[in-house]
Design a binder for this molecule. Structure first.
Ligand SMILES: Cc1ncc(COP(=O)(O)O)c(C=O)c1O
Length: 407
């Protein structure tokens, strides 16, 4: 047994070295080499078990190797793994229908990631405006502290300067306002009156920005201003969507009526898929040849997504809300926990100790968590068992406070 552990440790070292040598250094990886998972438990090459409170950054909606999802994916892969978008396929059509039926949207464009879903939304907003008002109406307003992706346009949409610095010139035509202040509503009003704004794009809860929910009144007033000017409201639900907040999409918690909703992450349950859901008003904007993607609507990804989306029903959403409350009740008021933000199973914990240190200690104790700015961020699988949530909360709390001597 000891020999086996030793040889696995050597194999892990080898993988880390090979990765460091050949994979571009864009990720500052933690040490474990994850080899398999089951439900909300992950295992590394050395046999260590981890409770996963990150689900691959909100992707593995039903955890690792969910049997229904895996069967849907395997079955589709054995029938038809891909064909071009020159032809119809059943999973793509069925998934688009399900998404429209569940949201009241009229059309769906499929891509492969969140950033691509956002790119599609930008194109819709600009074409909607240029068809009606001419091409000078092309500015997309987004919120400061937002995150919308890594492509040059979604970076431009991201309202955080430090992401921009090394990559200028970015796509022009993006402008930024603060969220949640009376002044920023005035600013939005002025920008709209200028006549060149085609859309406002928001996250209902800024994920990478620190798990910060938008103020409902502010969002409703902003929507009113946008719609009064025939601009589009785009809601980026890449992280908040697909059941994460206890509603199918987070905008449903806020009474918003977006014209375009973008989503990805949890939609595919672990395979790459992104989608722009388009309301009736903008449904006819993109025509033949205006947009496309080789892999968009891939049958295997869509079959996986269908398995996920068809199970995110009212009962499951109720469970997400209940589990979220359970988690909050385990965290709030505990020593070292300064505040808890988020909704459902999208949770940000402001800890006394720096979030990065808490996450490292949790990893060593067998718990995978994320950070978002100064918070420990949790995005567990939607079906995580209560006992794992309770265990996870206890581990986080045990590392949240500064040691007495340091205070
Ligand atoms: C709100 C939001 N939008 C867009 C993206 C980009 O998604 P992707 O990495 O799939 O391109 C992310 C990723 O974290 C996100 O959280």
């Amino acid at each position: 047994m000891e020999d086996l552990k030793k040889s696995n440790a050597i194999a892990s070292c080898d993988i880390r070295e090979t990765d460091k040598r050949f994979v571009a250094h864009t990720y500052n990886r933690f040490s474990p080499v994850i080899v398999k998972g089951s439900g909300s438990l992950a295992y590394d090459a050395e046999g260590n078990e981890y409770i996963d409170m990150g689900s691959g950054i909100g992707v593995n909606a039903f955890g690792y190797s969910d049997p229904e999802w895996a069967a849907a994916v395997a079955n589709q892969a054995s029938l038809l793994q891909h064909t071009s978008n020159l032809y119809y396929t059943e999973p793509c059509a069925k998934l688009a229908k399900l998404l429209c039926e569940r949201t009241g949207m009229s059309k769906v464009f499929f891509g492969n990631s969140g950033a691509e879903a956002n790119e599609c939304a930008f194109k819709i907003a600009r074409k909607y405006a240029s068809d009606k008002y001419g091409s000078s109406r092309n500015v997309i307003v987004t919120l400061k502290n937002s995150f919308h992706g890594r492509t040059l346009s979604s970076l431009a949409a991201t309202g955080q300067d430090h992401y921009h610095e090394l990559f200028t010139p970015l796509t022009p035509g993006f402008d930024y306002i603060d969220a949640n202040t009376a002044e920023s509503l005035d600013e939005l009003k002025k920008k709209l009156a200028g006549g060149n704004v085609c859309a406002l794009m928001i996250e209902c809860i800024q994920g990478e920005g620190g798990v910060l929910p938008i103020d409902k009144d502010w969002a409703l007033k902003a929507q009113e201003l946008v719609h009064a000017n025939d601009a589009l409201l785009i809601v980026d639900e890449v992280q908040t969507g697909n059941g994460r907040t206890g509603k199918l999409y987070a905008y449903m918690n806020f009474g918003l009526e977006p014209d375009v909703v973008t989503t990805a992450k949890g939609l595919g349950g672990g395979l790459p898929i992104g989608a722009a859901l388009i309301a009736e008003k903008a449904a006819g904007v993109l025509g033949f040849g205006d947009h496309g993607s080789t892999f968009g609507g891939n049958p295997v990804c869509c079959a996986g997504a269908l398995s996920i989306m068809s199970r995110i029903d009212n009962e499951l959403l109720g469970e997400v809300r209940r589990k979220g409350e359970l988690l909050r009740s385990m965290l709030l008021g505990r020593p070292g926990v300064k505040s808890v933000s988020g909704m459902g199973l999208m949770v940000g914990i402001e800890t006394e100790r720096p979030a990065g240190e808490v996450v490292k200690d949790c990893l060593n104790a067998g718990l995978l968590c994320l950070t978002a700015k100064n918070r420990v961020r949790l995005l567990p699988a939607l079906n995580i068992p209560d006992e794992l949530l309770v265990k996870a909360a206890e581990i986080i709390v045990s590392y949240a406070a500064r040691p007495q001597s340091a205070q």
